[in-house]
Design a protein around this ligand. Structure first.
Ligand code: NDP
Length: 375
């Protein structure tokens, strides 16, 4: 007899698995760590489109976004992405599975998938509106997935995709950097010791840029070992003072936000195309607070005002966003397998320790990444 999953899989995929449930950590409402629930009965993912693949999760990387999403951050925008016609009831996202990074093995391919086969080892960053990797299986579009670097274990590989695709989107797509135009550029990374920072330092050094980094004093050695040319300790006093004594920068990547916008743009070379790209934006807060339409209007107005304010001073103000991308991860894989970028895993947890792992991320002061080993 055929289960529903079996019927659906027969329509769109090459194999005929008939599993209906799987183990996962889920949340049934937004809140603090106590909303996390382990279940053996989470719905098994279904291939709904012929370009999708089902991945058996070996390791799941965590990000600050998982902690924010557990608390409901971005819920308005994510439910619009999941249900654009708004036909489902409020709360239909539950039970929700967190976890944005996956390294694992392809278990099933949709009929149109050409680039992957069953048993391929892959890695991916999972868009926040899709079910996450704190589960035994996850379904993704093939264009979000990439073959995993051969030189990394699954645990190491799961530390990279989300921060790498975010850094790629911010530095390459928004910042205009590439491996061919970085050689003479001076880059400043505000917040170098966390997930995005540790990846961005290595990528920019591999491309030949001169990299200055801010971090806590006790992370100085750590970021230097990753390649940072110059390190400024932000705990020693107002960090803008030592920074403004330095030669001006071609690009600033801001992983910190807050009041950095007040002074950071004056550190850029004016009238040279120099850009400030911040990952700390008010987009999701606006849509959570005001709803989709008004939130987007508010966001557009804020961004336009800020961009214009800085443009008249000869520097560019931009917002950077995570963007899922298999092709970007293909390029990152080459750099990893060439020994230019290593995974920076700070701590690993077992599948039974997911609450402790999220707690670790929530405590802050990351020195690289937190990874959960699933199978
Ligand atoms: P992490 O938590 O991994 O790292 C943050 C790091 O910043 C920690 O190492 C922390 O260490 C350090 N830090 C804290 N305060 C300062 C400061 N004032 N100056 C310099 N360093 C500081 O976060 P991620 O790297 O994963 O992400 C960075 C930020 O970017 C997060 O806010 C995240 O939400 C955001 N983000 C946004 C995305 C988007 O699409 N817009 C996508 C991905 C991330 P310590 O406190 O010990 O100094």
């Amino acid at each position: 007899s055929l289960c529903w999953h079996g019927i659906q899989s027969r329509l769109f995929s090459t194999t005929k698995t008939c599993m209906t449930i799987m183990p996962a950590w889920v949340i049934d409402k937004y809140g603090s760590n106590d909303v996390l629930r382990f279940t053996k009965n989470a719905s098994f993912p279904i291939i709904n489109y012929p370009n999708e693949v089902i991945i058996k999760v070996c390791a799941a990387g965590l990000n600050p976004l998982d902690v924010s999403m557990r608390g409901g951050y971005g819920a308005a925008t994510m439910s619009m992405k999941r249900d654009p016609l708004n036909i489902k009831q409020a709360g239909s996202e539950f039970p929700l599975i967190l976890g944005r990074d996956v390294s694992g093995v392809i278990m099933e391919c949709g009929l149109d998938v050409k680039y992957f086969r069953e048993r391929d080892e892959v890695w991916a960053a999972i868009p926040p509106w899709k079910q996450g990797s704190l589960a035994e299986f996850v379904v993704l579009s093939a264009n979000e997935v990439s073959h995993k670097p051969k030189s990394l274990s699954h645990t190491e590989a799961a530390a990279i995709p989300y921060v790498a695709t975010t850094a790629w989107s911010a530095l390459v797509n928004t910042g205009g950097l590439s491996k061919d135009n970085c050689a003479k550029k001076r880059i400043l990374i505000l917040g170098g010791s966390g997930g995005v920072g540790t990846f961005a330092i290595q990528m920019l050094k591999a491309w030949g840029a001169h990299v200055t980094v801010t971090c806590s004093q006790n992370a100085e050695q750590f970021v230097k070992e990753l390649g940072a040319d110059h390190v400024v300790d932000y705990t020693a006093g107002p960090v803008e003072e030592p920074l403004s004594a330095l030669e001006k920068f071609d690009l600033i990547l801001d992983n910190i936000g807050g009041d950095t916008e007040r002074w950071a743009l004056s550190l850029l070379k004016p009238w040279s195309g120099a850009k400030y790209v911040t990952l700390i934006t008010s987009f999701l807060q606006n849509t959570d607070r005001l709803g989709i339409a008004d939130g987007m209007m508010q966001t557009a107005a804020t961004m336009a005002t800020k961009a214009l304010k800085h443009l008249v001073k000869g520097v560019h103000y931009r917002w950077g966003f995570f963007a899922p991308s298999g092709p970007a991860l293909d390029e990152v894989r080459e750099m990893v397998d060439a020994g230019q970028i290593r995974a920076v895993v700070e701590e690993t947890f077992s599948f039974s320790q997911v609450p402790q792992a999220l707690n670790k991320v929530e405590m802050g002061h990351a020195r690289g990444k937190t990874v959960v080993q699933i199978s």
